[in-house]
Design a binder for this molecule. Structure first.
Ligand SMILES: NC(=O)c1ccc[n+]([C@@H]2O[C@H](COP(=O)([O-])OP(=O)(O)OC[C@H]3O[C@@H](n4cnc5c(N)ncnc54)[C@H](O)[C@@H]3O)[C@@H](O)[C@H]2O)c1
Length: 385
């Protein structure tokens, strides 16, 4: 059975038997990095994903990623195998299973849990587990969801914990290895300890481990990112004010950040926040607050300032460049050096300027240029770097 489902020599059966086996369902951007970090520190890892081609590419180590360090770790991996079958994974000795499927945003700002639901249904369709299994939700969820899932899975001998990641694309492996804090919403104390032990094994830092109930951890995850977006929006609105009044934004923010109660990180004057986590988590927290009949104007204000700042940057650029002058963007990914464009503020500014009739040059990697061309055909001049 195992043999039929895994398509190469790096099979589950070939794994070193004395290693503890951990399952990771959803080995995309986040899950693959996590699986490889687990493998790196000596765990045996079974990853599950939906595409046979992708799984084959991982098992033959032919897969190539843009994420720094992934290709090297994949090549060096000793005990990482992938399969398309949840059932195959359930036949292994893995009783600790991390779920890292996507949770896209719905139009109202809340998270769509349908991919988690599908995986849960697939797991439960195998019936009651003979051994107690521990499912750890690594996806970003709406607060309260993990408790609902725990109720559903509990009857089938699965306990559910929550363990979100604070990582950024472009440095996922590094961020997993160097966490400041580890946040765990534990099913119970033993479950929390198990997760802590595994994450401490990956970390080369000595992170603060924050263990609590699932609901509190779900709120803490969204609120952390809400705080960071608030800090970014604060820096940009003070910076805009400084520019408008003829003062020096950098000097002002440096002074503010030198106060140890505040700190300089995320307090620079520049682009607004973007990417796959900050804007979404901020909106999801607002939606959760609405559902809880609580008011959270800070979340809304942060978003509004982000938009306002983009307008200000646009007006400044229009003023500072003559009508026939080219405006060059050295990178338009949401974060410099990555290939991702999700809610990228540099790209949003470039689009506004180009649509206002300015000649906009984008200097970027081939991969990003291809993506921008698909989204905005014939809008820009490109220079590959
Ligand atoms: N990428 C980030 O920067 C980041 C940061 C923090 C949190 N997160 C959260 O982590 C989660 C995963 O994000 P991601 O960026 O890795 O998403 P992703 O889309 O890159 O990866 C998800 C993977 O799950 C797989 N999948 C979907 N349904 C499946 C199923 N039924 N069985 C097995 N595999 C299945 C997909 O094929 C995909 O490979 C999300 O909840 C996201 O919000 C992501």
């Amino acid at each position: 059975m195992l043999k039929q489902s895994l398509t190469n020599t790096n099979s589950v059966e070939n794994k070193t038997q004395n290693l503890e086996t951990i399952g990771v369902i959803g080995i995309g951007k986040l899950g693959l990095c996590f699986a490889l970090n687990l493998d790196r520190v000596g765990y045996s890892v079974i990853g599950v994903d939906v595409s046979q081609t992708y799984v084959d590419a991982l098992n033959t180590k032919a897969f190539s990623s843009y994420e720094p360090g992934v290709n090297e770790l994949l090549k060096a991996s000793k005990s990482f195998t992938a399969t398309t079958s949840v059932k195959v994974m359930l036949q292994s000795e893995a009783n600790l299973i991390f779920l890292m499927v996507a949770t896209p945003s719905l139009p109202d700002g809340s998270y769509d849990h349908s991919q988690i639901e599908r995986v849960a249904d697939e797991i439960l369709s195998a019936g009651k587990s003979e051994i107690k299994r521990h499912i750890v939700i690594g996806c970003t969820t709406m607060p309260g969801y993990c408790n609902t899932l725990a109720e559903k899975m509990g009857e089938f001998n699965y306990e559910v914990s929550y363990n979100p990641e604070f990582i950024a694309q472009g440095s996922i492996l590094h961020d997993q290895q160097h966490p400041d804090q580890i946040l765990i919403g534990e099913a119970d104390a033993a479950a929390g300890y198990t997760i802590e032990k595994v994450l401490r094994a990956i970390a080369s830092t000595s992170p603060t481990v924050c263990r609590m109930d699932r609901l509190s951890a779900e709120i803490a995850k969204l609120a952390t990112n809400c705080f960071l977006t608030t800090k970014i929006s604060f820096a940009n609105s003070i910076g805009d004010l400084a520019v408008k009044s003829g003062a020096d934004p950098e000097k002002i923010l440096e002074a503010i950040g030198s106060d140890s109660r505040i700190g300089n990180r995320y307090l620079q004057y520049g682009y607004g926040f973007g990417g796959p986590c900050f804007p979404r988590d901020n909106r999801a927290l607002k939606k959760f607050a609405e559902n809880a009949d609580a008011s959270l104007p800070i979340s809304e204000a942060t978003d509004k300032i982000n938009q306002q700042h983009l307008e200000f940057q646009f007006e400044q650029a229009m003023k500072q460049h003559a009508v026939d002058q080219e405006i060059t963007f050295d990178g338009v990914a949401y974060k410099s050096g990555t290939v991702y464009l999700d809610e990228s503020q540099p790209l949003a500014l470039a689009v506004k300027l180009a649509k206002a009739g300015r000649r906009v040059v984008i200097r970027e990697s081939k991969k990003v240029i291809e993506e921008v061309e698909v989204r905005y055909p014939n809008l820009f001049i490109f220079e590959e770097r």
